[in-house]
Structures are given as structure tokens and as C-alpha cells.
Ligand binder design. Structure first.
Ligand SMILES: Cc1cc2nc3c(=O)[nH]c(=O)nc-3n(C[C@H](O)[C@H](O)[C@H](O)COP(=O)(O)OP(=O)(O)OC[C@H]3O[C@@H](n4cnc5c(N)ncnc54)[C@H](O)[C@@H]3O)c2cc1C
Length: 522
């Protein structure tokens, strides 16, 4: 008798779990995905032949297992991609005999250079901010002096007990640098003050980075040129190259899911897990709403892997625990909205020395820190992969807004939202209205699990979940962790390993932190 494993959620975590389990003969795997698409936040939406990557997903990890998993699905490019050819650009190519030519094959990982800058005071700053003539010119000597002094001050007298994200940033970057480059943007993302956010968010995202490491990294860049894609010694925030599926991240996740299906896994789209039924300290089955059949269905299981938001999971549990219910209900999420804009040209010029097709700016994405607009980031999809864009003479942008249910932005209709984004981009000089060819709006709920609300009590949810011997909480919203795809995949792998080992070591899933693993191992 095969053991039936039910997975809720078809994002990177759920798909990884389904793929790994389907390779084992002892399991019957069923994955339920509530939307009509696979890939979760890392899906790729095809809008009239132009593809949108929600968020811009760099395929990069310090975990060898993750990198090898991706490379085992799609080989790395062994010949130049379309833009390299058009620009006559010299690039690193894989010498692996299995490598493929992206001009001829689709299932290929491109090697991309990362460039992202900050747009502030109507000027571009390097990201991470570096100490160069451009920065000095844009900020002015007086502000540079204040930044230096406030950094020295905090090194001499740091905030002893970091209670908030503000304290975390000030201790690593000094008050003035924090006020200039971190405060406004972070508050745009979260919609609350940095003093209300837990310092753990900084530890998760900024990780080991501080001013000293950023400066050492800039110096190293001048003297040491490395072609090694693993970039093991580089802080994650500073990596300069990444892998990228030719047609966006969703292409790879759809492939990994299809591989699982070929091996017998059942993947059901439009199926939302609504209720979780227990018997003592076991999950015995789930009820889902299948929107294709327009009815509820019950499925028994031997183990349940949940990547659905903790808030929804706890609400769907038949065994009620008031305290756990209160904590889960108090978890907060930020939603995400992307306006895709297709343009004939950009109004803003490429002032860098990096050559680009039609002279567009060379960035993958740009942080928009200007206070007079609500847009948070601008993606230039052409620079992620030329194959995301149907016509190479067009500019395909994604304008990103961070929203909460019912707020001013999320309440706008798609047409109002597109109009709003166009007027904001025109206001800061990026585009001219007459160059807009087409637009579309995508909304992604619960894209960011917040480190405020009842986040501080999350340990109790973890303890509660571990009481159920065949329940696995994995992935981003599944564990309420602001993580990347690699962490989601590693948590899914740990769940699969536990299931294979008779449901042992379940608590270890909560100890996975890709950055720490790296430091410990190496
Ligand atoms: C703006 C942005 C940029 C990012 N950039 C990067 C990057 O550069 N590199 C990187 O590695 N990561 C990046 N990430 C993070 C990455 O997107 C996530 O870590 C990853 O997608 C999480 O995978 P997951 O499977 O855990 O969750 P998700 O991707 O959230 O997938 C969960 C799935 O579960 C489904 N679901 C929810 N509830 C139910 C239910 N009740 N029943 C059935 N299905 C359900 C959802 O519809 C969804 O498809 C970025 C994220 C954002 C928002």
C-alpha cells in the first residue's frame, strides 16, 4: 500500500516536495493548488507574448543541493543569448557538454549579470550604495560627512539591545545612512514604521551585511574578477551573477511539476484546501473546494505538507485551540501588485557605460525611493531575459506596488491602476505617456509575511504544529518566513526526508537557514 501524501500549494516548496516524493515508489502524491497556475509567487505570467516575472526571481543559492537541483532540470547556456549576440557582448558560457544554445532550445538557464540601482533625488545611486564620485556628487559633501560621522558614532556606541528594525539598521549602517536609504523604502514596503518591525526581518534579509563588508566588497571587485557562479564568499545581497530560466521562473517550476506528474503525482489546479481534519494527534484528511467541479471534496492522507498561509491553515483546522487561533489570526501579510507596461522607448537615458539594446537603462530592477510616488520598484524585464519580451525594440517594464487589503492602491480598478502607474512614472521622468503601447495589472495576495502583528509569538505555532505527527509546515507563508526560493525548497526537502524516515526529525525543518548553513559548513 502506498502512503498518500497531500501537498497544499503549487509554489516552489510544494512543487519541490511533489517532485522529490514522486521519485519514490512508496508514495501516492497529490498536490492541490488554489489558483489556475503553478509557480506561486515565482510564477511567470504570459501577457500577449510578453512575460512577467512577479518580483524578478534570481536563481541563486549558497546551498549546493539547490543549485544542483536547478541545474539538473535545465542546463546552463553554452552559447550566447539574443541580447549578447545583438550587442556583440562577451559572456561566460558553460563548457559542460550538456549545455544548450538559448537561441535554439527553451529549457536553458541563462547566466545573467545583476545590476540594480536606487532612484532617489531624481538621480541614480549604486545598489548597494558605494563610496564613489557619483554618490558624493548626488548626496553632497555635507551629507556624506554626516553619514561618516554617524557611522563612527554607532560603532563606538552601538544600541545595546536591538528592539526594532530601526535599531538593527542603525547599528549596521549608522543613523544618517539609515535615514537616507533605508527608512522610506522599508516603510513603503511594509506600510508601517521601522520602529514597529521586529529586528529579525533585518537578520533574515540583510543577513551578515554591514558597512565594512560592503566597502571591502567594492574594493575586492576592483582587484579580483571571478567567473564563479556560486559566489560562496559573497554576501547574498551583493551577488553579481545569477541563473535565470530563459522564459522566466515559472517555466522551470512548470517543468519540475510536469516531471512529477510523469512519475505519477497528481496535480490539481483550482483546488483550495479549506479544512484540515484531525484524529488525535494526526491529520487524517483535508477538504478542498474544487472550482472546476464547483464542489467540496474530502481526501484522506498519511501526511499533509502545507505551504498555505499559517493564518488559513489554522482557521481550517477542525481541532480548535483559542490561543493558536488568536496568534494565527494576528499574522499580517503585505500584498503585491505589478503593473506591466509595454513601451516604445524609455524617456530616461542610459548614462552608464554599459551598452544596451536601444539604449535602455541596464538595470534588472530599480528601487524607487522618491517620496512623491508610491511605486516601489521598476523591473526592466528585457534585462532579465531578452526572451521575456516579444519584440526586442520594445521596453517591457513591471512597476511594483506594495499594498494591503482595502487600502487606496488595492481598491483601484485595473484601468485606474494602470493610469496611476503611468502618471507616476511620467512624474519622475522615466517615461512619456505617448510611448505606452499596452498595460496589464497583476495582483498577488500575501506576497510578504510581515515581521510584526503576532509574529513575535510564532514559536507557539511551531510548537503546536509539531504536536501533529504527520503535519509539515514548509515554505514562505507555510512557515511565515520572508525567505527565498532556496529556503522554501530546502524546507520541502527536509519534510520529504522526514517522511521517508518514518516522520522523524520534523522540528529540524524550522532550523533551516541557508545563510547560516553556509557559514557553519564552510
Ligand atoms: C517581489 C519578490 C521578489 C522575489 N525575488 C526572489 C529572488 O530573486 N530569488 C528567490 O529565490 N526568491 C525570491 N522571492 C521569494 C520567492 O518568490 C518565494 O520564496 C517563493 O516563491 C516561495 O515559495 P513557496 O512555495 O514557499 O510559496 P508561494 O510561492 O507563496 O506558493 C504557495 C502556493 O500555495 C497556494 N495556496 C495558498 N493557499 C492554498 C490553499 N489553501 N490550497 C491550495 N493552494 C494554496 C498559492 O496559490 C501559491 O501558489 C521573491 C518574492 C517576492 C515577493
Amino acid at each position: 500500500m502506498k502512503k498518500r501524501i497531500i501537498i497544499a500549494g503549487g509554489g516552489p516548496a510544494g512543487i519541490t516536495a511533489a517532485n522529490l516524493l514522486s521519485a519514490e515508489k512508496d508514495y501516492e502524491v497529490i498536490l492541490f493548488e488554489k489558483t489556475q497556475m503553478l509557480g506561486g509567487i515565482a510564477k511567470t505570467v504570459n501577457y500577449k507574448g510578453n512575460r512577467i516575472d512577479i518580483g524578478g526571481h534570481r536563481f541563486f543559492s549558497k546551498s549546493d543541493w539547490v543549485m544542483d537541483f536547478w541545474k539538473s532540470k535545465f542546463p546552463i547556456q553554452g552559447a550566447p543569448s539574443k541580447d549578447d549576440i545583438l550587442l556583440n557582448r562577451k559572456v561566460n558560457l558553460s563548457e559542460d557538454p550538456k549545455s544548450l544554445d538559448p537561441e535554439k532550445e527553451d529549457n536553458v538557464l541563462l547566466i545573467r549579470n545583476r545590476l540594480s540601482r536606487i532612484f532617489y533625488l531624481r538621480s541614480f545611486f549604486d545598489y548597494p550604495v558605494s563610496l564613489n564620485m557619483n554618490t558624493i556628487k548626488n548626496l553632497g559633501l555635507m551629507r556624506m560627512f554626516r553619514i561618516g560621522m554617524s557611522y563612527i558614532a554607532v560603532r563606538i556606541n552601538p544600541i545595546r539591545s536591538e528592539r526594532s528594525l530601526e535599531d538593527f539598521f542603525i547599528n549596521r549602517f549608522g543613523r544618517e545612512l539609515y535615514m537616507t536609504f533605508f527608512k522610506d523604502y522599508t516603510e513603503k514596503v511594509w506600510g508601517v514604521k521601522c520602529t514597529e518591525i521586529k529586528p529579525e526581518w533585518g537578520a533574515q534579509r540583510v543577513k551578515g551585511l554591514d558597512v565594512t563588508k560592503a566597502i571591502l566588497h567594492s574594493l575586492k571587485k576592483i582587484f579580483v574578477k571571478s567567473n564563479d557562479i556560486s559566489q560562496k564568499k559573497t554576501e547574498t545581497s551583493l551577488i553579481e551573477q545569477f541563473l535565470y530560466p530563459k522564459l522566466g521562473p515559472g517555466q522551470l517550476w512548470e517543468f519540475v511539476a510536469a516531471e512529477a506528474e510523469k512519475r505519477g503525482a497528481k496535480i490539481v489546479l483550482g483546488a483550495e484546501v479549506k479544512k484540515i481534519h484531525t484524529e488525535g494527534e494526526r491529520v487524517k484528511g483535508v477538504t478542498l473546494f474544487d472550482c472546476g467541479k464547483n464542489k467540496e471534496e474530502y481526501f484522506e492522507c498519511d501526511a499533509f505538507i502545507s505551504t498555505m498561509p499559517i493564518k488559513d491553515l489554522v482557521a481550517g483546522f477542525d481541532a480548535k485551540d483559542d490561543e493558536i487561533g488568536r496568534i494565527a489570526d494576528g499574522l499580517v501579510y503585505r500584498d503585491f501588485l505589478t503593473v506591466g507596461l509595454l513601451l516604445g522607448r524609455l524617456a530616461i537615458e542610459n548614462e552608464t557605460k554599459i551598452p544596451t539594446i536601444n539604449g535602455i537603462v541596464p538595470d534588472n530592477w530599480i528601487y524607487i525611493q522618491e517620496r512623491d510616488v508610491k511605486v516601489g520598484r521598476a523591473q526592466i524585464f528585457n534585462n532579465w531575459s531578452p526572451y521575456l519580451v516579444k519584440n526586442q525594440s520594445h521596453v517591457w517594464m513591471g512597476l511594483e506596488y506594495f499594498t494591503s487589503e482595502g487600502d487606496e492602491i488595492s481598491s483601484k480598478s485595473d484601468a485606474e491602476m494602470a493610469e496611476f502607474a503611468i502618471s507616476e512614472m511620467e512624474k519622475i521622468g522615466f517615461i512619456k505617456r505617448e510611448d505606452v503601447i499596452d498595460s496589464t495589472v497583476l495582483r498577488m495576495e500575501k506576497a510578504y509575511p510581515a515581521y510584526f502583528g503576532t509574529y513575535g509569538e510564532l514559536d507557539r505555532i511551531r510548537e503546536w504544529s509539531l504536536r501533529y505527527e504527520n503535519l509539515y509546515l514548509v515554505g514562505r507563508n507555510g512557515m511565515h518566513r520572508y525567505n527565498n526560493m532556496d529556503h522554501s525548497m530546502l524546507s520541502a526537502k527536509a519534510a520529504v526526508d522526514s517522511i521517508k524516515n518514518n516522520f522523524s526529525k520534523r522540528s529540524e525543518i524550522w532550523n533551516i537557514n541557508t545563510e547560516e548553513d553556509y557559514h557553519e559548513e564552510k
